[in-house]
Ligand binder design. Structure first.
Ligand SMILES: Cc1cc2nc3c(=O)[nH]c(=O)nc-3n(C[C@H](O)[C@H](O)[C@H](O)COP(=O)(O)OP(=O)(O)OC[C@H]3O[C@@H](n4cnc5c(N)ncnc54)[C@H](O)[C@@H]3O)c2cc1C
Length: 454
């Protein structure tokens, strides 16, 4: 009859109540919730590992987080997940020294003095956070957001009319937060971040870079998986999805097929259009996926010679690496974590290039080796942390959260609260699981009767 019956004859079709595609924090959470409530759940993951855009891996002589890292007590979902599994948060180091390059001049001071320099401009930029987001956890229920959702962060900063050195420093600070360029970045996303941190930009910044997960992100991801009876299938690159009134049929590039009554697509926004979905997702979803996210930058680890001061450094917003932080200080080496707004400008394997990039903002350090993962070139991520372009909240988010038949999206890209963070991924995984469970409950078919999709 069709490819599904052929595959069925070959015995390669697996049937479950629900399929979750993507084993990042959203997919892991959704799969745990559904499986623990008695639904047979298959979790399909393209890579040979779980945890998605977080990845703890051994490099430069220690376990390094190549992707998502920091968590905070203002982030209820990830904090609760850690508590559930008895995983502690490790406070990060206190930074003492700072440098910042503005108007072509490098300045040095204490980390505290750098924070003070950023304080006034950030207060001005973010003063209206709670006015536009009186309900920070319901981004779609804040009608005034429509007034500013088309404003770029670049425009919003320039409107403040700051002295040039403050303007440049503020732009570099937000280039770091967006891990991307500011010219299409949404001002509303900056306000939203600040609003979920109760309108306090310093708390927001602390949330972004203070506490790490004891044992790393992999430990938390593995704990969620171990608490689940979902059947994980690694190395399953999904290339097509069909749905009809009977169910969904998922096909991998290797030709393996899976059927179920409900499907959760726990994928990054920018990946969605690379899967053939029939009938196609709505125009609104496809347009949002085609535009993607503004987080298109680099995270690079650099080991340098010598025991350095505990410093942070901002370069110009256009620098290949515009932020550097001395993260691990050992006996005779120091390991720096660095960020830049354009993944294409940083070769994550090239120590000589890293030396040039570092010299531009922190001269005098000798690079020994480097490590990183290019999330933008990674076909299963195509972005770093999801930071929205203009118009996302008013034009895209509601549509992206709207299920289409048996398919619903989950992920940090689609979260209500800490969108862009691990916390948002977990939040969204809960939502998708609850809705899928409800849809399964409304479906009278017995759990293991295979739907047939033609
Ligand atoms: C460099 C970097 C730094 C970050 N820093 C922080 C931080 O400090 N704190 C923080 O909270 N967040 C941070 N984040 C963001 C955070 O990591 C993500 O928001 C979160 O992990 C996303 O989870 P997710 O489940 O929504 O998506 P993902 O983790 O992207 O999961 C999606 C999964 O789908 C899989 N997949 C894709 N395509 C297919 C396919 N065709 N078939 C099958 N599977 C597929 C992928 O392999 C992946 O496993 C950072 C991210 C990056 C990249």
């Amino acid at each position: 009859m069709n490819s599904s019956s052929t595959a069925e004859e070959r015995g390669t079709v697996e049937t479950s109540d629900v399929i979750v595609i993507g084993a990042g924090f959203a997919g892991l959470t959704a799969a745990r919730e559904l499986s623990r409530s008695g639904h047979r759940t298959i979790l399909l993951e393209a890579k040979d590992r779980i945890a998605g855009r977080t990845h703890l891996a051994e490099h430069l002589g220690r376990d390094l987080e190549l992707g998502g890292t920091w968590v905070h007590w203002t982030q209820p979902f990830v904090w609760a997940a850690m508590g559930r599994y008895g995983i502690k948060a490790l406070p990060g180091p206190e930074f003492t020294q700072a440098s910042w390059t503005v108007n072509g001049q490098r300045h040095q001071g204490t980390a505290e003095s750098l924070l003070e320099l950023l304080d006034g401009p950030n207060r001005m930029l973010l003063a209206a956070a709670r006015r536009y987001f009186p309900l920070p956890w319901s981004p779609l229920d804040n009608p005034d957001v429509a007034d500013i959702d088309e404003l770029t962060l670049s425009e919003a900063i320039d409107r403040l009319d700051l002295p040039e050195d403050q303007r440049q420093l503020l732009r570099s600070f937000w280039t770091l937060n967006f891990n991307g360029k500011l010219d299409q970045a949404a001002y509303s996303q900056a306000l939203r971040w600040c609003a979920v941190a109760s309108g306090d930009w310093k708390l927001m910044f602390e949330a972004c870079a203070s506490f790490k997960i004891d044992g790393g992100t992999r430990r938390l991801a593995e704990a969620i998986l171990a608490d689940s009876t979902a059947e994980l299938r690694l190395n399953q690159v999904v290339c097509s999805i069909k749905q009809d009134d009977k169910g969904v049929l998922v096909t991998t590039v290797a030709g393996k097929q899976y059927t179920a009554r409900q499907l959760i697509l726990a994928l990054p926004l920018s990946v969605l259009n690379h899967i053939d979905i029939q009938p196609p997702l709505s125009r609104g979803k496809k347009e949002a996926a085609a535009r993607g996210q503004a987080g298109l930058g680099a995270k690079l680890w650099i080991r340098v010679q010598g025991r350095q001061e505990r410093f942070v450094a901002f370069g110009p917003e256009t620098a290949a690496l515009n932020f550097v932080q001395a993260e691990y200080i050992d006996h005779d080496t120091t390991t720096l974590v660095c960020f830049g707004p354009d993944a294409g400008a940083v070769d994550l394997t090239d120590a000589a290039a890293a030396q040039r990039h570092l010299d531009a903002i922190v001269p005098g350090l000798k690079v020994l080796d480097v490590a990183g993962h290019d999330w933008v070139a990674d076909e299963y991520a195509r972005s770093t942390w999801p930071m929205h372009y203009t118009g996302y909240l008013t034009r895209s988010l509601a549509e992206l959260q709207r299920p289409e038949g048996r398919i619903r999206l989950a992920g940090s890209d689609f979260a209500n609260g800490w969108g862009g963070f691990i916390d948002g991924a977990i939040e969204s995984g809960f939502d998708a699981a609850r809705e899928a469970a409800s849809a399964l409950g409304n479906d009278a078919r017995s759990p293991f009767q295979a739907p047939v999709v033609v």
